[in-house]
Write a protein that binds this ligand. Sequence first.
Ligand SMILES: [Zn+2]
Length: 178
Amino acid sequence: MDTGKVSRIVKIGDPDADILYKEGREVTEFGKSIIDFAKDLIATMRAARGIGIAAQQVGRSERALVIDVSKGVDKSTTCKSDNKIVRIRNISPIIMFNAKVENHSKETRVGIEGCLSVPGQEGEVERYISVEISYQDENGKSHRLACNGLLSICSQHEIDHNNGIVYTKKAIKVSRKV
Ligand SMILES: [Zn+2]
């Protein structure tokens, strides 16, 4: 996959920050332009040293997100992709369109999160321990991803962005990052 273009990240308080609070629209057409968009999201996430980014964070309305937690988890950490156990590093970066949490654990956990759109801050957010997500890839093919740990938390955070929710709205406490 060749590299995409680095986009400007929309931050809370920016004149165009409205997009961060709007529910994303479903992607129904797949092809070159959506693949190029996914590449741009990956390039932008990497340039910002993030582990995930959603379309709304670059000023776009699509239900699109990319995730790469491979550097934040152990090399052998696995998840279930289309019912097969795979190493997260082998399927990263993960590109998801129209991602939706289909099932989740009853148990939740409070953890610290940050966001590229909320620089200099971090917050305590309650998330499901494990989730099962349905999504479409850049070719429109449907997939299921079952995960826990960092991938589960990051997926819930990015899917929230697609739904117009910034983590600060859910956070128990937000404070300046030290
Ligand atoms: Zn975020």
